[in-house]
Design a protein around this ligand. Structure first.
Ligand code: NAD
Ligand code: UD1
Length: 333
């Protein structure tokens, strides 16, 4: 089964491409390399021993999308392609609304033109904001987005939901919590451009001596050690959820939309993550306590029971394993 993977050279998309191949699917990648490198495709081929069909270009290019769908007998799509830096979305909202929303629209148009029904969409736990109850279930209300990036995820879910009501579209949005780590081969992983925004790449770069020290954004939150709590999920566990989601959609009748949390169900604080990284890798990382980062939620972690029930999927890898894989990947860079 040929599966279109938009953004398949990116951090999560590359791991999903590997899992698709290993599960017997044939991924067809489209990527404009705005936030990834071409060598990742060679690495995927090295891991899987299979060549990967690549279309270099932009999802918003309707001619390109049409040629992919007419050439490749696409039977489903996983849509990762988006811009994802929260801070940049605040300073350049139009870029985010244009890329994230129009990319989705072009994918949906091409799917409709070629009668392709199954779509897995990359959403985010950011749609919940600071939830009133933890762990956060899928019935929790959507909060007003803190950033244009977060808003694009909310709008995209709505676009998919509306489209599924008026067509044969079947779609599942996976609301990712905090993906970390890298493939255990250390051949693929996250490639942050410039100074990382996210915690784990910052820790690995600090451990590698590329950054002087980590700043912990606040230790005065209402949490056991005062630092923020998140649900960190190994990227390979997350990648496997996408394969389960495709299988799930395949079993569904026409027209369907739902969303599901993709997290471990466990919350860890920033200080715990730093401590676990040091212990697991036997390496010291300098850190200091700084002020809170604006827009941060205090604590969020998933109720992962819906994913277990409908996808028969649970995470297998621990925080420690994720941080070992993250460090092993950093050492190759
Ligand atoms: P990434 O930047 O590593 O991957 C995105 C890929 O899409 C990149 O290879 C980029 O070059 C490509 N791309 C972007 N716009 C494109 C376009 N218009 N046409 C073709 N290719 C395009 O990001 P990621 O971390 O792998 O995230 C994948 C998806 O998951 C995104 O939609 C992101 O918003 C979502 N998500 C990520 C996280 C996270 O923490 N990484 C959390 C929640 C949701
Ligand atoms: C961020 C985004 C979120 C996005 C997610 C994945 C914000 C407000 N939210 O989530 O929309 O879906 O990335 O891309 O940007 N931290 C430090 N020091 C650092 C870096 C981070 O203490 O140098 C802390 C943060 O305060 C947070 C935790 O580490 O408590 C995780 O941060 P990060 O990796 O940026 O992810 P989120 O903020 O959860």
């Amino acid at each position: 089964m040929n599966i279109l993977v938009t953004g398949g050279a990116g951090y999560i998309g590359s791991h999903v491409t590997v899992e698709l191949i290993e599960s017997g699917y044939t991924p067809v990648v489209v990527d404009n390399f705005s936030n990834s490198e071409k060598f990742i495709l060679n690495r995927i081929e090295k891991i899987t021993g299979k060549s990967v069909k690549l279309y270099e270009g932009d999802c918003r290019d309707r001619k390109l999308m049409d040629s992919i769908f007419s050439n490749e007998a696409i039977q489903g799509a996983i849509h990762f392609a988006a811009s994802k830096a929260v801070g940049e979305s605040v300073s350049n909202p139009v870029l985010y609304y244009d890329n994230n929303i129009n990319s989705l629209i072009c994918v949906l148009e091409a799917m409709s033109n070629y009668d392709v029904q199954n779509l897995v969409f990359s959403s985010s736990c950011t749609v919940y904001g600071q939830p009133d109850f933890l762990p956060v279930t899928e019935t929790s209300p959507i909060k007003k987005a803190e950033s244009p990036y977060g808003n694009t995820k909310q709008i995209c879910e709505e676009i998919i939901q509306d489209t599924s009501k008026s067509s044969a579209l079947k779609s599942l949005a996976l609301r990712y919590f905090n993906p970390i780590g890298a493939h255990p081969s250390s051949l693929i992983g996250e490639l942050p451009i410039g100074i990382p925004n996210n915690l784990v790449p910052f820790i690995t770069q600090a451990a590698a001596g590329l950054r002087d020290k980590i700043t912990v954004f606040g230790d005065d939150y209402n949490t056991p050690d005062g630092s923020c709590i998140r649900d960190y999920i190994h990227v390979v566990d997350l990648a496997k959820a996408h394969v389960r989601a495709l299988d799930f959609l395949d079993r569904k009748g026409a027209s369907f939309f739902d969303f599901v949390n993709a997290g471990t169900g466990l919350g860890h604080s920033v200080l715990e993550v730093i401590e676990t990284f040091q212990l697991a890798n036997q390496i010291k990382v300098k850190y200091e306590i700084g002020s809170r980062r604006s827009g941060d939620v205090e604590k969020v972690y998933a109720d992962a029971s819906k994913a277990r029930k409908i996808l028969n999927w649970t995470t297998k890898k621990s925080l420690q394993e994720s941080l070992v894989d993250a460090w092993n990947w950093q050492k190759t860079l």
